[in-house]
Design a protein around this ligand. Sequence first.
Ligand code: DX5
Ligand code: ZN
Length: 234
Amino acid sequence: MSVSATHRSVQPLIAPSILSADFARLAEAAAAVRGADWLHVDVMDNHFVPNLTLGLPVVKAILAATDIPLDCHLMIDDPDRWAIGYAEAGAYNVTVHVEAAADPVRLAKNLRAAGAQAGLSLKPGTPLGPHVETLRHYDTLLVMSVEPGFGGQSFIPEVLEKVREARRLVDTGHLRLLVEIDGGINADTIVAAAEAGVDCFVAGSAVYAADDPARAVALLRDRVRAATPHRWTA
Ligand code: DX5
Ligand code: ZN
């Protein structure tokens, strides 16, 4: 895994989102992004967001079909009850929404105890400040750069201020986590996200609409490296 002991990514992480893939061919969708760092899986319950995707049985099937670490993004109500199953199943990172969690600190402890990384996500309108102490218990911070629910939306540049704030907190040692961004990431927007301090970039349509998704992943990583060479080891 490309993560140093200090939780600073030494190479940019690219996480293709299978939300933009063919749901009848998820094993092939995973195979099509060989070389990706994480495979991002969007779980939606039609309550927290107005869309319905897949749940734990399908995640278990994906886990059995790929060696790429799974990055499960739970856009669901009551994650305090449901998130643990994804960790126990073997997901690498399990991200819950702070807007939905009743006790996010306890939830993070449970996720870590089950062997997963714990992720906390903030919708575009949710400020970082009130959640900094909570984030001390988390391994990843997922900054949403679209309203959660659908792929293919336009990047909201205003969230980059939140990314810069998180980057400062990590660089000054107040937080130890990876900063991840999700929504509207493509070859253009990824540059601004990298400059603002993102470590891990989720991309759905930009990867799966490409003729060669694995090449799209490599090109996105190259864009980040070219824009912010000082941030990564060679
Ligand atoms: C949106 C999901 C995203 C989505 C991103 O709610 O959380 O992961 O797949 O898709 P793009 O990259 O197309 O915006
Ligand atoms: Zn997502």
